[in-house]
Design a protein around this ligand. Structure first.
Ligand SMILES: [Zn+2]
Length: 218
């Protein structure tokens, strides 16, 4: 009779026991009973089997879901790679486009700064005006004045291409543009060259863009 009553108690407790919700004392009681009662043992085994079956179907669902998720993840990965490739391509394209634009702008700026803002200026007396080697050229030979630094006191020559005098080539006197023919030997002039001074004898001034005839009183 006692055993039968214990069986009822144990069987009531088994679901909790399986899920490990019972305390140690209860576990000891249940396990002791199970060792001596085949009926309850059988019931426990069946319960565990059912649980495994349920777990398996749950697991299957989980696996199925995971597979689905994984394939979604794969699509996402491919999409990300495509987006990345497009983004990189676009960035590269714009980088090189911008780079070229930047180089062009920098080159223009450099030209502007070096040619227009920082001419080499020196003061000289015109020694000789002669025809140049090229058609339409005039060669002007000048001698640097003492007010120049040591490097600019020697003789220099430069050419003026009369047929193609660029807009930025000016001959001025008193702030007014004058004709090339008004340049005379013996005049004192300020010569603005934007290019290099070529080391020859006499030295050659490249890119002379402006000649200013100075007042005789200077
Ligand atoms: Zn029992």
């Amino acid at each position: 009779m006692k055993e039968k009553r214990d069986c009822k108690i144990v069987q009531d407790l088994l679901p909790n026991y399986i899920e490990k919700l019972t305390n140690e004392e209860t576990n000891a009681f249940i396990e002791e009973h199970l060792n001596n009662c085949d009926d309850c043992k059988k019931i426990l085994e069946n319960m565990q089997k059912d649980l495994n079956v349920n777990m398996t179907s749950k697991d299957k669902k989980a696996v199925k879901y995971f597979k689905k998720y994984k394939s979604k993840l794969k699509i996402l990965k491919i999409a990300m790679v495509i987006i990345l490739v497009i983004a990189l391509g676009t960035m590269t394209y714009y980088y090189f486009t911008f780079k070229n634009a930047y180089i062009n702008a920098a080159t223009e700026l450099y030209k502007m700064v070096s040619e227009e803002m920082y001419p080499d200026t020196f003061y000289a007396t015109i020694e000789e005006i002669s025809d140049g080697e090229l058609y339409g050229d005039k060669t002007i030979k000048v001698k640097g004045l003492d007010i120049n630094d040591v490097n600019h006191r020697g003789e220099f020559y430069f050419t003026v291409i009369l047929d193609h005098i660029p807009d930025n080539f000016k001959i001025e006197f008193n702030g007014t543009k004058i004709a090339f023919e008004e340049l005379k030997v013996g005049q004192k002039v300020a010569v603005y060259n934007y290019g290099d001074v070529l080391e020859s004898e006499p030295a050659y001034l490249s890119q002379v863009r402006k000649i200013v005839v100075l007042d005789d009183t200077l």
